[in-house]
Design a binder for this molecule. Sequence first.
Ligand code: NAP
Ligand code: MG
Length: 504
Amino acid sequence: MTFKEKSASGKKLSLNGDERSHSTQKKQGWEYSASPESTDHIQLRKKYDLFIGGQWVKAAKYFPTINPATEEKIALAAFASNSDVNKAVLSAKRAYEKVWSKVSPKERAKYIFRIARIMQEKAREFAVIESMDGGKPIKESKGIDVPLSIAHFFYYAGWADKLQFAFPGKKFLPVGVVGQIIPWNFPLLMAAWKIAPALACGNTVVIKSAETTPLTLYKLAEVIEEAELPAGVVNIISGAGETGAAIVNHPEVKKIAFTGSTEVGKIILRSIAGTDKKVTLELGGKAANIIFEDAPIDQAIEGIINGIYFNQGHVCCAGSRLLVQESIKDTVVKKLKYRLRSLKVGDPLDKNTDVGAINSKEQLKKIKELVSSGVDEGCTLYQSDCTLPERGFWFRPSFFTNVAQSNRIAREEIFGPVLSIMTFRTPKEAIEKANNTQYGLSAGIWTDKGSKIFKMAGDIKAGVVWSNTFNKFNPASPFGGYKESGFGREGGLHGLKEYLSFNE
Ligand code: NAP
Ligand code: MG
């Protein structure tokens, strides 16, 4: 693969992988040979139809999905119309009534296990496709997205025949047909978070991928076919916002599980008001990552880097507001500048890459607009001076100092590799600043003192609070938000509850 790159001086360079790493070596004094992941083993169709009722069903319209690192078209994906959504929902309803509600919990578990096992066999293929379609570094899709997705299927397979132990003494039934809508930042993982508990609880599913990342969901459809899951139990479709809206508004959809922006979450809530549909909303975030002066600083620096530059900052629970105790601010900023220089930005398929491509042109535009607002409002911008490939969508790992709580970059979700750094003097001030946001999804606390961790974790209004670590996930652990980050929990036992209807 050849990238056209721009040197730090602005001169255009056309480099292949080896030349590229050579130039980095000369510039930075250390050497990494390019280590591209092979793409020989992946199987992609030129065109993906809709997966409805166990069949591949043609749509009237198709749209291209591109590789954001090269801007090349990878494949065409079907654009599901209202009548396609209706077809998918009716197929899920038929499958629920005629087949899935009659399958014993123990048999349900076996199907879910089988899906997990087949995914394991295709793990490498899933990882490469996820990185090609969405731009995330292969080391992340291989080490995090794919194994964690598989772990969710294994975990919920284990629960399928033990639901009475999860909710002792309670009477419950599956909900029926569930509609699931997911974003583009963790396509396969978000699908696993949603499909696995829904099946374990005995529901049938219609799920829609995000417009820029349909491919791993269609790969999952192939796995579901291979696992011989009864036709119509899981229906996988692609399309745009209007496709999602058609799922939400279909009268036969009894529960909606949505992950995406707060803006669309509000639209969904408005449109189902007055119906008896169940809903969970996993929305945006603007998490505080709080570093005390007694924290292990070098470990905290890695936590800050992981908190904001993981997956290019396209992470709902990203630690995008750094709150540093005033006495150590200069040290932290100095160390961050140094660390930013060694972050490798570029080809997502290169195993050395730390920060990949921005998912889409639109997202890049949004990031740039918010970063300009930060500069206009008087904040100080620092950016890594790495060379960026000429084609594709890229943004340098960046942070702002001199940030006030009222600045847009401190309030709005940037959803890119951009950190806003602020300071505090006392734990009380840190709590007040951490909670001064419309969001409440996650937070991080770095300190040597356990008592401080317990006090802070209790007072911060966020669904997940990490201490001396960040962005750690486990299928057994519930995830979800407060305030405008949404409601309902995914993962763990809490995640099962959302897919059952209780007769108290
Ligand atoms: P988005 O624009 O809200 O889209 C999310 C999904 O909803 C996509 O599949 C989208 O389809 C669909 N959609 C758009 N308009 C719709 C409508 N009117 N009715 C129903 N569905 C509709 O969000 P995004 O830009 O893809 O994702 C980024 C956001 O997701 C961020 O705010 C992030 O914080 C949040 N997020 C939250 C979590 C969490 O667990 N809390 C996890 C990951 C991401 P199209 O793609 O076709 O537009
Ligand atoms: Mg794509």
